[in-house]
Design a protein around this ligand. Structure first.
Ligand code: HEC
Length: 270
């Protein structure tokens, strides 16, 4: 069928939609220099195939991939910088750059999966827009007890930007260098930095926003069950609570456990 034989309305729709393969991924380095890649350019570079248990699809999936460290090999960044992963809808998650360190490859590996317009992926489960995770999607291969947040599975990735490691500013929050890169404690810390640090200090370090809460150095005095209840729904513990609640879409059960493990290590007197 030729374009001309299509009904006019449909032809207009087709003309305004992006041609297959034209979607782009931008990469911004430490100095703000931007590179951009189209799906057409990246697909031929995705020569490896991996099959892994996919956290968003909830089943094993097979992808054509580029190792993320390979994609970023010419991008200026410090090894412990973070990468702000921005989805097409603007939602942004900071990915810890340490997870791309080749020294950790036996434990954790990150890949950019590239969707082939000729072999598209399934629609994401429970996705109201009925779209797949593509055309660009960050997926993770994990060994043994390695753990990364589900948030790090960045679907419909539109941009990666090198950003400062927030923990550098508040080193008291960090865990021992001997803790593996993909350990739960590190994810607990990452999630805390993303969600909590604007309002809470810990032993005097951290943010102090307008609606700031107490220094969490005292959190050890709260038992785990109450702490969980408090984070999920502050008003269920204290009717007058000002703190926002974090339900399981903001913080998964696994990430909450990871955060509490990290708090148990860090809060309380030192
Ligand atoms: C918008 C600001 C804000 C954010 C974000 C925030 N909190 Fe709070 N938090 C508060 C305030 C304010 C209080 C004091 C009680 C109240 O009025 O809710 C509080 C109280 C607490 C308490 C109780 C401390 C005590 O001694 O009773 C804990 C524990 C806590 N927050 C943990 C967290 C964690 C963990 C996160 C991230 C998942 C977080 N908070 C995010 C504002 C915030």
């Amino acid at each position: 069928m030729t374009r001309r034989s299509l009904p006019a309305a449909l032809a207009v729709l087709l003309a305004t939609a992006l041609p297959a393969g034209a979607e782009t991924l931008t990469i911004t380095d430490r100095d703000g220099a931007i590179q951009s890649f189209t799906q057409k350019e990246l697909l031929p570079r995705a020569t490896d195939t991996v099959t892994l248990p996919d956290a968003l699809y909830g089943k094993p999936m097979t992808y054509r991939v580029i190792p993320l460290k390979e994609l970023l090999k010419d991008t200026r960044r410090a090894p412990d910088d973070y990468l702000a992963a921005r989805a097409a809808d603007g939602f942004t998650v900071p990915l810890p750059g340490r997870l791309l360190d080749p020294a950790n490859a036996a434990e954790v590996e990150a890949f950019l999966a590239v969707e082939d317009p000729a072999a598209t992926w399934a629609v994401l489960p429970d996705n109201p827009e009925k779209v797949s995770a593509g055309p660009f999607y960050i997926v993770w291969k994990l060994a043994g007890s390695a753990y990364v947040s589900r948030e790090y599975w960045s679907a419909q990735l539109a941009g990666l930007k090198v950003v400062d490691n927030p923990v550098r500013k508040w080193p008291g929050h960090d865990v021992a260098a001997s803790v593996p890169a993909a350990d739960k404690l590190r994810t607990g810390l990452d999630r805390y930095v993303s969600l909590c640090i604007t309002c809470h200090k810990l032993h005097g370090e951290g943010g102090a926003g307008a609606a700031a809460g107490p220094d969490l150095a005292s959190a050890k005095a709260i038992d785990t069950a109450t702490l969980k209840k408090w984070i999920r729904s502050p008003k269920s513990v204290n009717l007058d609570a000002k703190m926002p609640k974090f339900d399981d879409t903001a913080l998964s059960d696994d990430d909450l456990d990871a955060m509490i493990a990290w708090l148990a290590l860090k809060a309380g007197p030192r």
